[in-house]
Each structure stands twice: as C-alpha cells, then as structure tokens.
Write a protein of this length. Structure first.
Lengths: 370, 299
C-alpha cells in the first residue's frame, strides 16, 4: 500500500501553519513534505488580538497553502487523502478563518475533512519526531499547560494550570518589559535571561540574581497568575529605580538594583522549576521514565536543560524538538488528522465547526492500541 | 513573509541509555554513617524525595527515611528555600495529624539541613496498587470480548465490587478526617494513601467488618487507610482549599483508574458524613469543577 498524504491547516493562535505530511499505515513511517508557517507579529508591548489575527490568517491562507503544496511537490491535490484543520482549542476568530478555508479546499478538491484537537496534534508530532513511544507529556504553550499521560486510548490530563498558561505568563511579562514580539516573546525573554550571566559589558561573568517570586504548585497542578502579578510589581519597582537614578538620586541603602535581565532570569527559573516539578510528580505517579516536551515553550533551551537534569536523576531521558515542530505548525494537524482518518474518522461537512474549548482527553485515540 | 522552513528529514535522537536499568544513587549521609542502623533499601523514588526502608534505634523497629536531595535543575536559592520549608511543614503536619487522631505515620526524627525525615514504617501497599490489582483480577475473571465486562467500567452494584466500594468509602472517610483536623493535603492521589492491613486477630476497629468476601485476594483491599506524603500539605480549614484538595484527588483518580472512575462518588458520599461542614465543601467542589480549564461548554 502506498503512503497516504494529508494537508494540515493550523491557525488556533497567531501562527498560520500549513503543511503536507505522509504516513504509511503498513510501515508506520512518516515523512514531512512541507511545513510552511506565517506568524502574525504584534508591536512590542501589545498582544495579538483575535480580530487582527483572524484577518492575518485570511489574508495569507492562499499564499501559504500554495507554497505548502508547491514545496511538497505533489502531482495533484487529488493525491491527498484528507484536509485536516484545527477544531480547537484556541482563539475563536482565527480558528474560524482557517476552518472556513479548510472547508473550501475540501469542497474544491472533493476530499474528506478531519477536525483535529490541537493538543493531540502536538503530542503525535512530538512522538513521531522524537521516537518516544509512551512518554509523560508536558504540553506548554501560550494557551495550554498540561501534564498528560496515555492510558486506554485517551491522553489523560494529570495536571494543568489552574489559571493562565505558562506561555501566556511569559508573553505578558514580555509585554510589561516591552520586549519585541519577533520572532516570539518567549525567545526574547530567554535571550535576556542568558544575559543575566554577564555584566552589562557582555563579557565579564557574573552570578545572576534570583529575585523573590511566589512558587505555586498544588499536587500536579500549578498556577501562574500570581507569579505574573508579582513579576509585574518588581518591574514597576525597577522603573521607579530608573527614574530615581535618572534624577541623580541614589538608591536606598541595601536596596538591590533590579535589571530586566535578572527579572527574566528569575521568571524562567521559577516557572520552569514548577513545570519540572509537576512533570516529575506525574512520572513518579505513573511510573514512567520518558518525558516529552511539546508546545511553543517547549523549545526553550533552559526548560529542556532542566527537564534533562530531572530525567537523568530518574534514570530516564527527555525528548524535545526544535521550533519547527514545537511551535504550532500545519503538519502536526495533518499527522493527527491522518492517523484518525486511517481509523475511519471523518468530520462531516455540516459538523465541521470549531470550538475554543476542547479537552485533550475528549479525543478517542483509536490509532493507539497499547 | 517569513522564509519557509525546509521540510527536514525526521531523525530520532539517539536512544536513551537503557532506561529500564535500576538507577543507583548515593545514600544520604545519615545512612552512610558507620553506626547507621541496619541496611537501608531504596523503596521508591517519588517526585520530591527518595524513600528508604531502614530501622530506627532498635534493629527491629522499621522506619521509613525520606531524603529530599537537592534538585540539580533548581536554582540553589530556590531549592534550599523549598526543601527547608517543605520538610519542616511536613514534620509539623504529621505531628498535628497524630494529635488529632488521623492515621498517619508517626514522626521519629528530622534533620532539615540534611533534608532528612524519618518516620514509622507503614506496612501494606498504596491504594493505587490495590485498585489496579483489583481491576486486573476482574479483567482476568471476565475476559473482554462478546458480553465480557473486564474492560468496562466498574459499577458499584456489580458482583464482586463490594471490597472495592468498601475501600473507596474508607478513602473518603480518611480524607474527611484529615480535613476535619484542619489539614489540607495538597497532593491527594491514590499513590499517597497506603492500605495498612488490619492487625492480626484484631479485626477492623472502625466497624467495616464484613466488606470482604472469602476470596483471599480480595482481602488485600481490607485495611486502614494511612495518608502519607505531606510535603505539599498546609494547615487550614477554608472550604475552597478543601474542595481543591478533593478536586485534585478526583482528577488523579479518574486519570489513574479510568475503569473505576464511577466509584469516585462513593468517596464523596463517605466524605459527606465525616464532619459538619463537609456538605458545604462538596457544594464548593461543584464550583471548582466548573472552573476547570477548557471544559466543554455543553448545556
């Protein structure tokens, strides 16, 4: 049997990703034919609004889809088995834009539609790329923070954030500091945090200062909104210091000078320690030694390093991918959709809706039998 | 327009070092001391600490020694702060539970600078293991396939479920007792509760006699629930915190034992009768459930 092809369309947040993937049901081999992404970047100090993001996706869908097909080099779109799109979770307006476009393609080419859970897409992509067969999954992005383990044809959520996602916490703090959103805010926070190891001259080594932030872990759940609030307060204090020093005055005796670098360093150290802790708790609970990190925050090198240190102590290993597969993309939707399609799953045209709320554990993982 | 990423060939990373081999750790200093009592055996590596079985003062008194090694991934300042805080609070809470008559291991000794806490050894197995064993036996008894129910969910009225229902009831009562004493556990899972077999010839002391059938295997579900691992516990009696505690347990239970999920209602029913404001907590639990993230908004 020849390999099957699928087109995946993702647009649940500010990334519009379209790609072509092939999967051979007999050999279980996967091949990426194209993976095109176009990101809506908002100015520093602002976030991406649903309306503008949806307009971006609408404006670029055709060119990105054409590019994806061209790079894939398929003879005809008829070679595809199905059109896969993100059904949720995500922001309503961007999801709708992409769903409408996916429907159009499905009608145009007479292909089946498959609505995909975004989180399941991340997990399946991570498993294929890294070769981790049954890991505990930490899914961390701007919209989601979940610790997941597979059991009996469901990805079950063991722990998650009780309020905002970790990526949202980092992105919003980047906004507080008015750090550029290009290529993405988390990347720039990571680079600033690395600078905390050096004096302002950029060469002399120094020990970064760990400022005081709350630490909020409840079992396998955690919370980030209080940490964001406390970090924002420290940033406000830093600006007061800036103004004071600019006016020629000096800081109070014993008051520590706060820098953006130390703030970013502290934020990363604190929230990542929480993530590693809840992941380790889930690993201890289910007795697993593999951990897979997926989602946009998953490409942070410091998080990967910390996770690696934890996994090493447990005699296991960490699996992570780079930004091509970690950050939202079309092929992950194509892959999860194609796997479902092979088991006979279809999304009838009249049901091809999207939803902002779609739990990871709602999806029946029919393609896994372990 | 951003430059399109090339479609890279998929190259899995090198396979990890044999992840099934047992991992060896250096013993904590207290167990390396020449006069350390008896050989220590690593029992489990939890998320926070490693649990050793050793003896306390006399060679026959078994003791569980919990060592919280420093976490290499954590910033040293944060690590020291968390370890110290958690070990002291765990000791304090164990003492308080003991005073209030909640079944927890007795505290023997503590050295927070070394990250070491020693306590009474609780015989028996975790509730998680017992429940899974029960489900496994059930699946063997009723192989799945046409008309089989081994893979279906357990219902409380089905034949043979009585011992499991009894265990669930005792779990609910144990949590209730804990909350009544003003303790919120913070990490309630079926791994953090032990089933301590009733003492020989004594029988259950709290009136649960007759839960078991004559089946010997089912007797392992018999026993007193001993809550362990208070590293994330706190003192408090806010309904909100108690409800979150139950919510954490409910979710952990559902994800760990999907086939026995329906029996969780038994836990809550038993909890309801343990203290005066328990019904208020259960009402609050409904709110907490609704707050869960990305719940489907049906109806």
């Amino acid at each position: 049997m020849a390999p099957l092809y699928a087109l995946g369309c993702e647009g649940s947040a500010n990334k519009l990703g379209i790609g072509v993937i092939s999967h051979d049901p007999e050999t279980n081999k996967t091949k990426i034919l194209s993976n095109i992404r176009h990101t809506f970047v908002s100015p520093p100090g602002t976030g991406f609004l649903p309306k503008d993001t949806a307009a971006h996706h609408r404006a670029h869908f055709v060119s990105v889809a054409r590019e994806a097909l061209k790079v894939a080099g398929l003879a005809s779109p008829k070679d595809l088995s199905c059109i896969c799109y993100t059904r949720g979770p995500g922001m309503g307006a961007p999801l709708t834009s992409v769903a409408v476009a996916a429907r159009t393609l499905s009608l145009l080419w007479g292909l089946d539609l498959v609505g995909v859970n975004h989180c399941v897409g991340h997990i399946e992509m991570g498993r294929v790329i890294t070769g981790a067969d049954n890991p505990v999954v930490l899914y961390v992005s701007g919209g989601n923070t979940q610790v997941i383990a597979y059991a009996e044809q469901r990805y079950r959520i063991f722990g998650e954030t009780l309020d905002i996602a970790v990526g949202n916490c980092i992105d919003r703090f980047a906004r507080t500091l008015a750090i550029p959103n290009d290529p993405f805010p988390g990347y720039n926070v990571e680079q600033l945090a690395k600078k905390a190891f050096f004096e302002p001259d950029g060469t002399t080594k120094r020990e970064p200062v760990l400022l005081d932030l709350p630490y909020a872990v409840k079992g396998m759940d955690c919370s980030f909104s209080g940490i964001l609030g406390a970090a924002d307060l420290l940033a406000a204090q830093m600006r007061k210091q800036d103004a004071l020093l600019a006016s020629g005055a000096t800081l109070k005796e014993g008051e520590e000078r706060i820098t953006p670098e130390d703030l970013c360093f502290t934020l990363q150290e604190t929230v990542f320690a929480m993530l590693v802790e809840i992941t380790e708790r889930a690993m201890a609970h289910v007795g697993s030694k593999q951990v897979l990190v997926v989602g946009g925050v998953g490409c942070n090198e410091r998080l990967q390093e910390m996770m690696g240190l934890m996994a090493r102590d447990r005699g296991g290993s960490v699996y992570a991918t780079d930004e091509r597969f970690c950050i939202d993309n079309g092929i992950m939707i194509g892959l999860a959709g194609l796997l479902a399609w092979e088991t006979g799953f279809r999304t009838p045209f009249e049901d091809s809706t999207c939803t902002q709320r779609f739990r990871t554990d709602e999806v029946h993982i029919k393609w896994r039998t372990d | 327009m951003a430059t399109p990423e090339p479609a890279a060939a998929i190259q899995p990373p090198p396979p990890p070092a044999d992840s099934t081999s047992t991992h060896e750790f250096p013993l904590p200093p207290i167990l390396q001391h020449p006069s350390a009592a008896g050989p220590a055996e690593l029992i489990t590596q939890g998320a926070e600490g490693r649990l050793y079985r050793t003896s306390w003062l006399t060679p026959t008194r078994l003791c569980a020694l919990k060592h919280r090694p420093s976490k290499p991934y954590r910033h040293p300042t944060l690590d020291a702060r968390l370890t110290r805080h958690r070990i002291l609070s765990e000791a304090r809470i164990l003492q308080k539970c003991r005073r209030e008559g909640v079944a927890v291991p007795a505290l023997y000794g503590i050295d927070e600078s070394q990250g070491v806490l020693s306590m009474e050894w609780v015989p028996g197995r975790p509730v998680r293991v017992e429940v899974n064993e029960f489900l496994r036996r059930r699946a063997e008894k009723y192989p799945h396939g046409e008309g089989g129910r081994g893979r279906e969910e357990v219902t409380r009225d089905e034949e043979g479920a009585t011992p499991l229902v009894g265990l669930m009831r005792r779990v609910g009562e144990a949590v209730g007792k804990l909350h009544k004493a003003g303790i919120v556990h913070g990490d309630l899972t079926t791994s953090n509760m032990m089933v301590r077999p009733w003492e020989k010839d004594k029988g259950p002391v709290n009136g649960h006699h007759g839960d078991g059938e004559d089946d010997n295997a089912e007797r392992s579900l018999e026993g007193e629930i001993v809550v362990i691992d208070f590293g994330l516990a706190s003192q408090g009696s806010a309904d909100e915190d108690r409800a979150v505690d139950l919510y954490v347990l409910e979710r952990a239970f559902g994800s760990t034992h999907p086939r026995a999920e329906a029996l969780f209602t038994v836990v809550l029913e038993a909890y309801r009768n343990t203290f005066k404001t328990a019904p208020v907590v259960l009402k609050k639990l409904e709110d907490v459930r609704m707050r869960g993230r990305k719940r489907s908004m049906l109806g």
